[in-house]
Design a protein around this ligand. Sequence first.
Ligand SMILES: CC(C)(COP(=O)(O)OP(=O)(O)OC[C@H]1O[C@@H](n2cnc3c(N)ncnc32)[C@H](O)[C@@H]1OP(=O)(O)O)[C@@H](O)C(=O)NCCC(=O)NCCS
Length: 172
Amino acid sequence: MMETERILLRPWRDEDAESLFKYASDPDVGPRAGWPPHKSVEESMEVIHTFFNNDRTWAIELKETREVIGCIGYYTFGESNINIGENDAEVGYWVAKPYWNQGICTEALRRLIDYCIHEKSFRTLWCDFFIDNPASGRVMEKCGFHDTGEVNCCSRLQVGNDRPVKIMRLDL
Ligand SMILES: CC(C)(COP(=O)(O)OP(=O)(O)OC[C@H]1O[C@@H](n2cnc3c(N)ncnc32)[C@H](O)[C@@H]1OP(=O)(O)O)[C@@H](O)C(=O)NCCC(=O)NCCS
């Protein structure tokens, strides 16, 4: 588990399925990150059991309310949409819409970068975002990522794999 001023990054639990559905069913969230909105609490539970059930994915829990309001994690070599190196990782995240533009994602990503530096031996972190989703690029910039100038089409995304993404990197 990781902690910052306002949030905890901790493993997902079955009890989070309701909150996950509440926020991940929002059509303004998933499609911007390449996945379709959740359609039921059961689907959200399934996502917790499959995609989130690993040591590379954390629920973002707001300490004040103890509610889960987002997700952050990374992919390693072979799992990433980007052509990353063996010692690299690709980070990804989303935050529930009612909490946008309060610095939550930046706080979570900074903590994850710290973890990657101190607990892992990654050389470079990568991240990409749809060019029409500048808020995500801004989070990366605030955390020290640089635009590689490369544009990619993410053929492995469930949603938007025909739309271009910008690739950003942070050398640790
Ligand atoms: C992208 C996302 C995670 C950002 O979360 P957040 O907690 O709101 O992020 P922060 O508050 O830390 O930072 C957001 C920054 O984007 C800026 N921003 C917001 N909308 C913007 C826009 N349309 N254009 C440019 N910048 C924008 C904010 O002003 C803020 O920057 P600032 O601190 O310099 O003012 C959230 O919007 C989200 O979950 N979106 C849907 C899913 C998604 O896009 N995931 C990422 C896929 S790559």
